[in-house]
Design a protein around this ligand. Structure first.
Ligand code: SF4
Length: 370
């Protein structure tokens, strides 16, 4: 998802139909990121295997795009259709999915985001090619033995159009929430005053260095004695340097008390008018609801069906809280029955300040892929 600049009258956002479908109609269990990468590679291979069977007049990787807007946001939606096929003189849109899922339990309601993605594609394709109807084929292929299961659905353009408008309308509603927050954040940062009557010795100088350094995309090393107010100097100046949509401040620390000082500082800035969303990322062991951590969806109810509930959980938290500390995240995660660890990572996508351990940025085994 990409925004244009802060301060324009009409905001523009670009996103893929896949991202919209997964965000609004997501389903399925949590999978760890290493497994996700393996699955992505398997998915590419399965796609290539199946598309190699296409007939002469079939097309693969067909690009589609359209735009939709309300009074505040113009949304550009794009997509890449796996296949446009001609079978018995009929045009069909194929969406290929690799899977390990048991075909006996599979129908079009099993993974709502798959059919939603295909319907968004079908609408865009029909619109571009002035078609009145379109058949969608969802082709599921088993990774291990390449067994194939297909679901076929035929939709009129009107039905696809209604679905597209309803879905993008709901997505724009979410973008508007983000957008309104961003405008409030920006205004609050512009008007934000340093929360103490005086600067400590060298504190102002340090703040100027931090501010200029961020704007110049540099790296700054500062050694300063305890007590000059480094935390407020850094956070305040970093916030003042935010001048682009979706920019974030990462505050990295090695210790829990370092985190607490950062949280207290942000709370103080909030009391002084700052509007911002802050996310604290905490180690799994301290966040997990289970006495013995086991992320297998068959064991942990917070992993099972995670993607069915996470959108509501994120929206609820985002609309009602600003300082997303460990306890706040756990409260909302429990309310929506989602894993608090992954929820904090998903929430961090939409937050302005992220407070976490160094290793979330520097350790290649655990760094924030998001
Ligand atoms: S709640 Fe605990 S066990 Fe369940 S998915 Fe999250 S970290 Fe894993």
């Amino acid at each position: 998802m990409m925004y244009n600049g802060i301060g324009d009258m009409m905001k523009e956002c670009r996103t893929s139909a896949k991202e919209i479908a997964e965000f609004l109609y997501g389903s399925g269990n949590l999978t760890n990121e290493r497994m996700l990468a393996v699955r992505q590679q398997e998915g590419i291979e399965i796609h290539q295997y199946w598309q190699a069977k296409y007939q002469e007049n079939d097309q693969k990787e067909v690009f589609v795009k359209t735009e939709v807007e309300n009074e505040a946001i113009r949304l550009f939606v794009t997509g890449r259709i796996d296949g446009i096929l001609i079978r018995d003189n009929e045009l069909m849109l194929e969406e290929i999915k690799s899977t390990y899922f048991d075909f006996d339990n599979l129908d079009e309601t099993t993974f709502p985001s798959h059919i939603a993605q295909a319907k968004l594609y079908a609408y865009m394709y029909c619109l571009e090619n002035k078609l009145k109807r379109m058949t969608i084929v969802l082709t599921y292929i088993q990774v291990e033995d390449k067994d194939v299961f297909q679901i076929e659905k035929n939709y009129s353009f009107r039905v696809l159009e209604t679905f597209f408008k309803k879905t993008t309308g709901k997505y724009i509603e979410w973008l508007k929430i983000l957008e309104d927050h961003e405008s409030s954040r920006q205004k609050s940062i512009e008007g934000l005053a340093f929360p103490f009557p005086e600067y400590r010795l060298n504190q102002r100088e340090m703040m100027a260095y931090v501010y200029r350094n961020i704007l110049e995309k540099g790296i700054l090393y500062v050694t300063a004695p305890t007590g000059i107010g480094k935390t407020i100097a850094t956070i305040f100046s970093s916030l003042k340097a935010i001048n682009q949509p979706r920019q974030k401040v990462f505050y990295l620390t090695a210790k829990n008390d370092g985190k607490q000082i950062a949280i207290d500082t942000i709370a103080l800035l909030e009391e002084n008018g700052l509007v911002a969303k802050t996310c604290e990322i905490t180690a799994k062991d301290q966040m997990c609801f289970l006495t013995e951590r086991d992320c297998d969806p068959e064991v942990c109810k917070y992993a099972k069906g995670y993607y069915e509930r996470i959108y509501k959980a994120i929206r609820d938290t985002f609309e009602n809280e600003s300082l997303l500390k460990k306890d706040v995240i756990r409260k909302y995660a429990r309310k929506h029955r989602v894993c608090p660890v992954d929820m904090s990572l998903d929430l961090s996508n939409y937050c302005d300040l992220i407070i976490c351990d160094y290793n979330y940025v520097f350790d290649p085994r655990v760094h924030l892929v998001r």
